[in-house]
Design a binder for this molecule. Structure first.
Ligand code: C5P
Length: 250
């Protein structure tokens, strides 16, 4: 496509890739994390609904556990989802990075903006999703939702022996640190390039764009976009859902 015929960013279509292939061992034994229920509904369905709630998102690609694509497909079929959104399910890989790349491989050509959202962040509010999309449409190649930290962060060195105290080596200035969430938003070509070039183990997609030397910007995240990682997070997530139901008047 020539530069002249490219749609303007304001018209660019948006797809979301949801990596949901992790086992979630820190939550304890049981089903893959994304398939655990929150108030009776699988975490993945909450996450899919959260992204599809944005009227800008017209396709959601779910990256299922490698042997669980059929199960995830039936799960999507069994739950009410918006009609205006298309859904695709693809099998994932060994690492989060590989799962995202497999999701990107399935992305039809017309999508110019891609969001990558952890299934493990089922409660992200639609305003956060839309703020990320808006910043990409305004021209940022990569956008992360981020929050200031409550805790002071220390960098430590490995302990002398297992179980021994770890030596603290540095204290980064807290006011300049941010905890980064998802959905992270990207100009599609930038994200595809990053996944084609960066092979290091990374914990988010924006860091791959940083490694290419391209700018990444942060917009305000939201406390309800927390990642469900440990058993206590499940309790917190159910409390957030209960509060929403009360506020919605049900
Ligand atoms: O492991 P962590 O909780 O950071 O995973 C973040 C997200 O990446 C989760 O939604 C998880 O399902 C996904 N993931 C994946 N494929 C893997 C590992 C993690 O899709 N192999």
């Amino acid at each position: 496509m020539s530069d002249e015929s490219r749609p303007t960013p304001a018209q660019a279509s948006v797809a979301a890739v949801i990596p949901a292939a992790g086992r979630g061992v820190r939550l304890g034994p049981g089903a893959p994390k994304a398939l655990r229920a929150l108030n009776g509904t699988p975490m993945l369905i909450h996450a899919v609904r959260a992204l599809a709630a944005s009227r800008h998102v017209s396709l959601v690609i779910v990256v299922a556990p490698p042997d669980g694509a059929a199960e995830v497909k039936s799960l999507l079929d069994a739950h009410a989802l918006p009609d205006r959104t298309d859904f695709l399910v693809v099998p994932g890989g060994e690492s989060r990075q590989e799962s995202v790349r497999l999701g990107l491989d399935a992305l039809p050509p017309q999508y110019e903006i891609v969001l990558v959202h952890d299934a493990a962040r089922p409660l992200v509010p639609v305003d956060t999703v839309d703020a990320v999309i808006e910043a990409v449409r305004d021209g940022a190649p990569a956008v992360v939702p981020a929050l200031p930290l409550a805790d002071t962060v220390k960098e430590v060195a490995p302990a002398a022996e297992p179980g021994a105290p770890e030596p603290v080596v540095a204290t980064p200035e807290r006011s300049r640190l941010r905890a980064v969430q998802t959905p992270q938003g990207f100009d599609r070509a930038t994200l595809v390039r990053a996944h084609g070039r960066v092979t290091d183990d990374v914990t988010d997609d924006a860091s791959m764009v940083e490694q290419l030397g391209l700018p990444v910007v942060a917009v305000p995240g939201h406390e309800e976009a927390f990642k469900v990682t440990r058993p206590l997070d499940l309790v917190l997530a159910e409390a957030v859902l209960a509060r929403r139901r009360l506020n919605d008047g049900f």
